[in-house]
Ligand binder design. Structure first.
Ligand code: NDP
Ligand code: 2IT
Length: 445
């Protein structure tokens, strides 16, 4: 870090919370970006604002005990990190994955704070989840786990307090069980307490599609700046979950062709373009693997591999953190890749981001590029508060405009600080300025 004062703050974080590598990585990137902001606006660091910004407002860690189908008791750990509530109720998803630990929740809550800020909407940053592994669990086990999880979490939630949604391993099914238990315990039909609900019981049209669609809208803006469009562009992406599926849907509807996607077991390379109906049937209905897709479709399956060695003009990591490293960038560049944008949170490693910048590959960071999901969650909260249901078309038009605005904010902010092509700087600086100005206005808390 070039700035000594920021380096000292960062060193203190390393000493205080050793072992939280992902959190350190997220903080380091933001502190790197805001050095230029603080040179022009040193007052934004007054009263230990940066130290306060890097310390979650509240960290909840709790036991989740539940019974599996054999009647054996299982014990997991649950988390909710309410990172920053300056801009509104804490807002951010829940992740159920065996790798989840406190440092993962902190990194995601920290990122969420800036992401939510650049949407321009009134939402604070949070993240939660559990080290529960849904793979191989029956529907009833998932339900009992969700009920046990919510039995602890409910006391911390509320439409004006903290509003979770989905993330890895938490989709419509889990949100239904979570909402059902919240309603049972509190005896309140408080729709605005969770987002990503089903249509018909308080959910918003387009929330399911929003992260993937929003990502593609963001990429469209990145291309437009270079006088290009999506038509005919070949794309490779990782993951085959919520974000990946709806990114594919929007890419195909705008004339691009996705030739690869993946899950944690391997990658499918489908030269004819992914058959989205088949992929959705396998992933959303059968809860199967991309291996099954490759078999049924007669496409190539690359066991244990990620998709970054496959040729494409656009690469979209949509699975998990640190899934695209320097070696992958080298392969992508060799194969003519010109645009990388993050559907997942922090999927590209810091060294890989540096290399993308060096190679002049356009890079859209997740804080900006995947913000369509949480932005549409905020639209769901608005509808719930007004007891309204907007149409699919109206909601999608809102989302498209929000992504356009986010892109413009990042580009404008990057330019103002002398690095017009650096969306990382633009996103971090814009998010920081909004949160920091609000924290100053709210006093030392
Ligand atoms: P899903 O659970 O629907 O899908 C996750 C996909 O990523 C699956 O294909 C999964 O494969 C793969 N994956 C997960 N963990 C790993 C891993 N450790 N290694 C390799 N592959 C992995 O989650 P989402 O699509 O909702 O989330 C994907 C990413 O997008 C996450 O980073 C999330 O934080 C981010 N995001 C999600 C938003 C949303 O609205 N849902 C909003 C903004 C960002 P497998 O099935 O084998 O585990
Ligand atoms: O990472 C994210 O932005 C999400 N998982 C969505 C959060 C939300 O509250 O919709």
């Amino acid at each position: 870090m070039k700035d000594e004062a920021l380096q000292a703050i960062y060193d203190a974080i390393l000493r205080r919370d050793p072992g939280e590598d992902e959190f350190h990585q997220a903080v380091s990137e933001v502190l790197d970006s805001i050095a230029v902001v603080l040179r022009e606006r040193p007052e934004l660091a007054d009263e230990r604002l940066i130290e306060r910004l890097c310390e979650p407002e509240r960290q909840l860690v709790f036991r989740v005990a539940w019974e599996d189908d054999e009647g054996a008791v299982q014990v997991n750990r649950g988390f909710r990190v309410e990172f920053n509530g300056a801009l509104g109720p804490y807002k951010g998803g829940l992740r159920f994955h065996r790798t989840v630990k406190l440092g993962t929740m902190k990194f995601l809550g920290f990122e969420q704070t800036f992401k939510n800020a650049i949407t321009g909407l009134g939402i604070g940053g949070a993240k939660g989840g559990s080290d529960f592994d849904p793979r191989g669990r029956s529907d009833r086990e998932i339900m009992r786990f969700c009920q046990a999880f919510m039995t602890e979490l409910y006391r911390h939630l509320g439409e004006h307090t903290d509003v979770p949604a989905g993330d890895i391993g938490v989709g419509a099914r889990e949100l239904g069980y979570l909402f059902g238990q919240y309603k049972r315990i509190t005896n309140r039909y408080e729709a605005g307490v969770l987002t990503g609900k089903g249509i018909g019981w308080g959910g918003s049209h387009v929330r399911k599609e929003a992260t993937g669609y929003g990502l593609v809208y963001f990429v469209r803006e990145m291309l437009a700046r270079r006088g290009e469009g999506l038509e005919g562009k070949k794309c490779v992406l990782s993951g085959s979950g919520n974000v990946a599926l709806y990114a594919i849907e929007k890419l195909h509807s705008l004339g691009a062709k996705v030739v690869a996607c993946s899950d944690s077991d391997g990658t499918v390379h489908d030269r004819d373009g992914i058959d989205l109906a088949l992929l959705k049937q396998i992933k959303e209905v059968e809860r199967g693997r991309v291996r099954d897709y490759a078999e049924r479709r007669g496409a190539e399956y690359l066991e244990g591999q990620r998709p970054w060695a496959i040729r494409g003009h656009i690469a979209l990591p949509c699975a998990t953190q640190n899934e695209l490293d320097v070696d992958d960038v080298a392969k992508l560049v060799e194969n003519g890749c010109k645009v990388v944008a993050e559907g997942a949170n922090m999927p590209v490693t810091p060294r890989a981001i540096d290399l993308l910048h060096e190679e002049q590959v356009d890079f859209g960071p997740g804080k900006a590029a995947n913000a369509g999901g949480v932005a549409t969650s905020a639209l769901e909260m608005q509808q719930n508060a007004r007891r309204e249901v907007w149409t699919f078309g109206d909601t999608e038009a809102h989302l498209a405009q929000i992504m356009k605005d986010i892109h413009a904010t990042c580009a404008k902010t990057a330019e103002a600080f002398g690095a017009p092509d650096d969306y990382v700087l633009g996103a971090n600086a814009a998010g920081f300025i909004r949160v920091a100005e609000t924290m100053r206005a709210l006093g030392v808390v």
